[in-house]
Design a protein around this ligand. Structure first.
Ligand SMILES: Cc1cc2nc3c(=O)[nH]c(=O)nc-3n(C[C@H](O)[C@H](O)[C@H](O)COP(=O)(O)O)c2cc1C
Length: 190
């Protein structure tokens, strides 16, 4: 099974319902490392860049798991990107250290599924809102795979959350997270 690093960025895990359900369901898997950013760091300045880069290097798959905060990631995950994904490591001359790592977003939202996209009160789909994260993956030469989203924190029932958690576990257990080009080649039989 591919070594999978879940970078969890939730400022208030004690009061979390959705992210807690997801992470507790996978944290004991032998191929999974759960790295809780808000447990590790109180400030952006305290982020240990070398340790974070070593963690990235020692895994084949990287997951950003977070609750949607103001249509984006919580602040510490943005700080983490700014500090860790530097020139010469993640981009630029010899900055190919993340090349071919497989990347996924696992996001939770307060608003329900139908609030996202044209005509919904959030106007944009979750993929559209999280374009900066997708482009981060692309420019660092990682392979972006479809986003996993649990929406509707305000109204989701225990049964619905259980089903979404099972879906997440199944993704984490799946060896291949097909990217768009692999999916297309399979579809056309190439
Ligand atoms: C500061 C803050 C900003 C938030 N911004 C959004 C938002 O832009 N869109 C949304 O759907 N939910 C938003 N939420 C709701 C959270 O995304 C939601 O409570 C969380 O995903 C639920 O997961 P949890 O049970 O793990 O905390 C926000 C919550 C907080 C505290």
């Amino acid at each position: 099974m591919k070594k999978t690093l879940i970078i969890l960025a939730h400022p208030n895990m004690p009061e979390s319902r959705l992210n807690k359900a997801l992470i507790e369901a996978v944290r004991n898997e032998s191929h999974v490392t759960v790295h809780n950013l808000y447990d590790s760091y109180k400030t952006a300045e305290s982020i240990d860049v070398q340790k974070e880069q070593d963690l990235l290097l020692s895994h084949e798959r990287i997951v950003f798991q977070f609750p949607l905060y103001w249509y984006s990631t919580p602040g510490l995950l943005k700080d983490w990107q700014d500090k860790v994904l530097v020139y010469g490591f993640a981009y630029g001359k010899q900055g190919d250290k993340l090349k071919d790592k497989i990347f996924k977003i696992a996001v939770t939202t307060g608003a329900p599924h139908y609030a996202f996209g044209a005509g919904g009160w959030n106007n944009f789909s979750i993929d559209e809102l999280l374009r900066p994260v997708q482009q981060m993956a692309t420019i660092t030469q990682m392979i972006f795979t479809p986003t996993f989203c649990v929406s509707g924190a305000l109204g989701i029932s225990d049964e619905e959350l259980k089903a979404k958690t099972e879906e997440f576990v199944s993704i984490i257990h799946t060896e291949t997270w097909d990217d768009a080009s692999t999916k297309f080649k399979k579809y056309v039989g190439a």
